[in-house]
Design a protein around this ligand. Structure first.
Ligand code: GLA
Length: 390
């Protein structure tokens, strides 16, 4: 059964009647621009066809019941009990969105069932997808009208990020929520995280005999563990030492001079972090130009440089991600890199469609030889943003 129908069945099973509607929000894969979002930088994600579906019905009190297939029995709470650090299980993401909305809008109680096609821990933003789905449903059902235009969607994306930061305790930037709510089908989302502005860059690899192969390494990725926060803290420390408010302020031509000013204990590490962020922001600009020019060889080169920068300077790769990248390139991919937060999750490769099967086989063989889990593959196309589907 398709997830879209399955979610209405789950709802009926849990609550004994039909939902008022079904909403869906996509996961994302970032083409380039990693860890740049919380540095007021540039990112270039696409929304995936894989979505999280939410079947929802309003209640006449301020209660909240939620169930998600494969996540155990129905969870029940009062909206008033949602607070930083509460709840602690998977419901913190959707509950957090209602909490964030509640600071600005009149939010009522809901019964909700979720079914997700976005694999959890794959680094493809299952959390942003669940946040986007509940946010879209609440906006429509309570009449906030946030899906009508990009401005409303940007507002909702900001509130979903607040849910993730304040309730789920993951100090992430806003890329994932923006991708899920503001992307356009057939386009990558060029998002400037300094002013929140977006440009939609055509992304139709299939017209050029190419496929974006996403390789879920099955090495589980988390944003709420310490490493993500440590990278963020390094960036903030470097800004303090340089007397700037974000690393975006460093122009590539001024990079060496800025690096030379970072001295003292821990400076070598900070220099590496800064070098990654400044060069990665520059690569996002070049990647958007490459896409506009259909220059996929250049895009591939940028992927390769980006991966090296994340592996060596930002130090967020892992053996599985490096293996996925190396075996893709050895099979003739135009480029490959890890994508998302790192320390597991997914990598991606720009592959000639005719070489796809051979590339997947080579990656799987290499994973087996290293004793890694069997990777999962997705052929990614740029899909549309969160919307009501029924
Ligand atoms: C995670 C975070 C994003 C972003 C990426 C890295 O997906 O949620 O905000 O920082 O990592 O680019």
């Amino acid at each position: 059964m398709e997830a879209r129908e399955a979610v209405a069945v789950e709802f009926q099973k849990a609550y004994g009647s039909a939902p008022e509607g079904v909403w869906a929000a996509p996961g994302r894969v970032n083409l380039i621009g990693e860890h740049t979002d919380y540095n007021s930088g540039l990112v270039l994600p696409i929304a995936l066809p894989q979505r999280t579906y939410a079947a929802v019905r309003r209640r006449d009190d301020l209660g909240l019941r939620m169930v998600s297939s494969g996540m155990g029995p129905v969870k029940q709470m009062e909206l008033s009990t949602i607070a930083p650090g509460r709840p602690t299980d998977w419901t913190r993401y959707p509950a957090g969105v209602l909490w964030a909305l509640g600071a600005n809008y009149q939010v009522g109680g809901l019964d909700v069932a979720f079914v997700s096609e976005v694999p959890i821990g794959s680094g493809l933003s299952s959390s942003a997808a669940i946040e986007g789905a509940i946010g879209a449903a609440a906006s429509d059902l309570f009449g906030f009208d946030l899906l009508a235009d990009d401005q409303g969607r940007a507002t909702l994306a900001g509130l979903c990020q607040k849910a993730e930061n304040d309730i789920a305790g993951a100090p992430t930037g806003g890329m994932d929520q923006a991708a899920s709510l503001r992307a356009e089908a057939g386009h990558a989302l060029y998002l400037d995280c300094r002013d929140g502005s977006v440009t939609h860059v055509p992304f139709t690899l299939e017209d050029h005999g190419l496929t974006l192969l996403v390789i879920d390494t099955r090495a589980e990725h988390k944003n709420s563990d310490g490493q993500y926060g440590k990278r963020r803290a390094d960036c903030e420390k470097a800004c303090d030492k340089l007397g700037i408010s974000s690393l975006r302020e460093i122009e590539p031509t001024a990079l060496d001079a800025s690096l030379a000013r970072l001295t003292g204990f821990g400076a070598e590490r900070l220099r590496k972090r800064v070098r990654h962020i400044v060069t990665e922001i520059a690569r996002v600009r070049l990647a958007a130009t490459a896409l506009n020019n259909d220059d996929f060889a250049e895009l591939g080169r940028l992927f390769v440089d980006s991966h090296a920068s994340m592996r060596d300077d930002y130090e967020i790769s892992c053996a599985e991600l490096d293996c996925a990248v190396t075996s893709s390139l050895e099979s003739g991919a135009l480029g490959a890199r890890m994508t998302g937060g790192g320390f597991g999750g997914s990598a991606m490769a720009l592959v000639y469609t005719e070489a796809l099967a051979a590339t997947e086989k080579a990656i799987s063989t290499s994973f087996t030889a290293h004793g890694f889990a069997v990777p999962q593959f997705i052929h990614a196309v740029a899909a549309g943003p969160a919307t009501r589907v029924e």
